[in-house]
Design a protein around this ligand. Structure first.
Ligand code: FES
Length: 312
């Protein structure tokens, strides 16, 4: 991909437009999708596509500079420039819209607004009813406000600043106390913000109508206290011991069995695999409760039973 443009659009946030090297159309994507961006030093980062999914000429991403990160966002902010080339994956979607819902409630915190913007474009194109609440700490950190105010769905966007007047602060309890008939809720933002939303939605929104996407998994407990277990590959026939502190993907890779991975934090869904038998100790933030019944993220989750049998 070529970086067609780069601009600072809020404090600590840069917006990039990526286009194909030969100017041809890009593979289509659906609202809520992200791409992996492959950076020097074998760093891979996931960024949600924020532009209108009907566009084929660009993938538009927004990158928050994370001072405590491992260098991916610093590279994007400091080194990557318009005209540079960069390698990315094809778009993948672990945060899909239910396009049959008559009403969608979109709630974004900070840079979590990026997939939500793409969802708003899609819902607007479908002619579906929705409301879009966008929270940020202050006006300086609120990226893409101009774009949203100029969008065809500007009348459905509500801006909330933590340091603004009390009457515009988002009252999540009130917002989530009632579920419009058939409504689905989509939330993306920092983990604390999402945890509050999920907790408040629990009483009135069924689990299958609540969709959320985290941008970093800080919930994975430390390895201390982990127990060893065995993974058996049902189709391959081999079994491997997973010691405390080792992940299933690491052990499989050492033994020549490569499972595709990307985030390695349980947030992107790349390594999701079907479980044939055994109880999973889920440590991801991507699987729904329904998926958890018989799937596992091999990059971070472990077993509650002595053995897990995987469909590999
Ligand atoms: Fe992203 Fe496992 S690699 S969830």
């Amino acid at each position: 991909m070529r970086v067609a443009s780069k601009r600072v659009c809020a404090e600590g946030i840069a917006a990039f437009d990526l286009v194909s090297l030969d100017g041809s159309d890009l593979p289509a994507f659906t609202a809520g999708s992200h791409i992996d961006v492959f950076l020097p030093g074998k760093l891979t980062r996931q960024y949600s596509l924020r532009n209108d999914p009907s566009e084929r000429h660009r993938y538009a991403i927004g990158v928050l500079r994370e001072p405590m990160g491992r260098g991916g966002s610093a590279y994007m902010h400091e080194r990557l420039a318009a005209g540079d080339t960069i390698e990315t994956s094809l778009p993948r979607n672990a945060f899909e819209l239910d396009e049959t819902a008559p009403f969608s409630l979109l709630v974004a915190g900070g840079i979590g607004v990026t997939p939500i913007i793409a969802m708003a474009y899609r819902l607007n194109a479908l002619g579906h009813d929705f409301a879009f609440h966008y929270c940020a700490r202050d006006a300086k950190r609120m990226a893409f406000r101009d774009e949203l105010q100029a969008s065809p769905f500007a009348d459905k966007v509500y801006f909330h600043l933590d340091d603004g007047p009390a009457e515009q602060i988002l009252d999540l309890g009130n917002l989530l106390a009632r579920r419009p008939a058939g409504g689905h809720l989509y939330a993306c933002g920092p983990s604390g913000f999402l945890d509050v939303i999920v907790a408040k939605a629990k009483a009135t929104w069924p689990a299958e109508a609540v969709h959320r996407e985290y941008f970093a998994n800080i919930s994975t407990p430390p390895a201390t206290g982990d127990m060893p277990f065995t993974v058996k590959l049902a189709r391959d026939g081999r079994s491997f011991e997973i010691a405390p502190g080792r992940s299933i993907v690491e052990v499989l890779a050492e033994n020549g069995f490569l499972v595709p991975v990307s985030c390695e934090q349980g947030i992107c869904g790349t390594c999701v695999t079907r479980v044939v038998s055994g109880e999973v100790d889920h440590r991801d933030l991507v699987l729904t409760d329904k998926q958890r019944a018989d799937h596992i993220t091999l990059c971070c989750s472990r077993a509650q039973t002595d053995e897990l049998v995987l469909d590999l």
